[in-house]
Design a protein around this ligand. Structure first.
Ligand code: NDP
Length: 263
């Protein structure tokens, strides 16, 4: 099936690792020109060099900046328009989860988490909205989590923030229509940078990665019996931003191995 992505210009936030990197790579494979951003300039430069080698330097742009810096997002959009002369696709992927209960989440942590979850959508959308409105195939995907509908007590503020983001994306799917489609993906557990960090800080350091992941999947009761791969999340994102999904807006697509319990 041809997704119709060839020739499109795509922006992926948090494109230097995990799901963002897999998405940027897949979009390039589909014939897009792709701009990515992330904060760690050194890691991003390595990713940019690798993608440029594989897909051509003219097709790749990388900007070291935070999605939480409004001015930097405006500058990132200016770089994209200067290099690629437009933007068709925005994937708001940058971020991370916070493990904490209500008892151990202080005010600063609450504000930091709400700030990250909301403004990682708001600032990039504001920065790229005018460019997207000029496209005839504009699409935004917000990378969100099942926690939006299925909160976990050990991730209380991430869950609450995710629910708010889901609500925001639904509103935007109406306010930005018909020019821009807005959809979300709801992730379960995907084996990427954040799970690697949790693996590295596991309590039993003698446990192998394979065994640790198998135990994690079993403890979460994932029906498909394993964590997802970044490429499996990327496939869903690429579909939703593609012309193949031209009549889909305001929708959510689960990529979770069937672990959601809501209907
Ligand atoms: P990774 O840690 O592998 O990648 C996160 C990426 O986001 C990195 O490129 C990181 O680069 C970038 N990033 C983080 N904060 C910022 C920021 N403020 N500005 C710009 N870039 C930023 O994680 P995943 O691939 O797993 O996560 C992708 C998204 O999916 C995240 O939003 C995450 O919360 C969400 N998610 C993931 C789940 C999973 O199981 N993997 C489950 C539910 C949601 P740098 O640090 O250099 O900025």
């Amino acid at each position: 099936m041809d997704l119709g992505l060839a020739g499109k210009i795509a922006v992926v936030t948090g494109g230097s690792s995990g799901i963002g990197l897999a998405t940027a790579t897949m979009l390039l494979e589909e014939g897009c020109r792709v701009a990515v951003c992330a904060r760690d300039a050194e890691r991003l430069a390595g990713v940019e060099a690798d993608l440029a080698k594989r897909f051509g330097a003219d097709n790749v742009l990388a900007a070291a900046c935070s999605v939480l810096d409004s001015a930097a997002m405006t500058d990132f959009a200016a770089q994209v328009v200067s290099r690629f002369a437009g933007c068709d696709i925005l994937v708001n992927n940058a971020g991370q989860g916070r493990v904490s209960t209500f008892a151990d989440t202080g005010d600063d942590a609450w504000r930091e988490e709400l700030d990250l979850k909301f403004f990682s959508q708001i600032y990039p959308i504001r920065a790229f909205q005018a460019l997207l409105e000029k496209s005839n195939a504009a699409a935004i995907v917000g990378v969100n989590s099942l926690l939006a509908y299925q909160p976990e007590p050990h991730m209380v503020c991430t869950s609450a923030a995710r629910a708010g983001v889901q609500n925001l994306l639904k509103s935007l799917s109406v306010e930005l229509a018909p020019d821009i489609r807005v959809n979300s993906i709801l992730l379960g557990l995907v084996d990427s940078g954040q799970w690697q960090r949790r693996f590295e800080s596991r309590s039993d350091q003698s446990q192998s990665r394979k065994d640790w992941l198998a135990e994690l999947a079993a403890s979460k009761g994932i029906p498909l019996g394993r964590l997802g791969e970044p490429e499996e999340a990327a496939s869903a994102i690429c579909f939703l931003v593609s012309p193949a999904a031209a009549y889909i807006s305001g929708a959510r697509l689960e990529v979770s191995g069937g672990v959601s319990r809501f209907v």
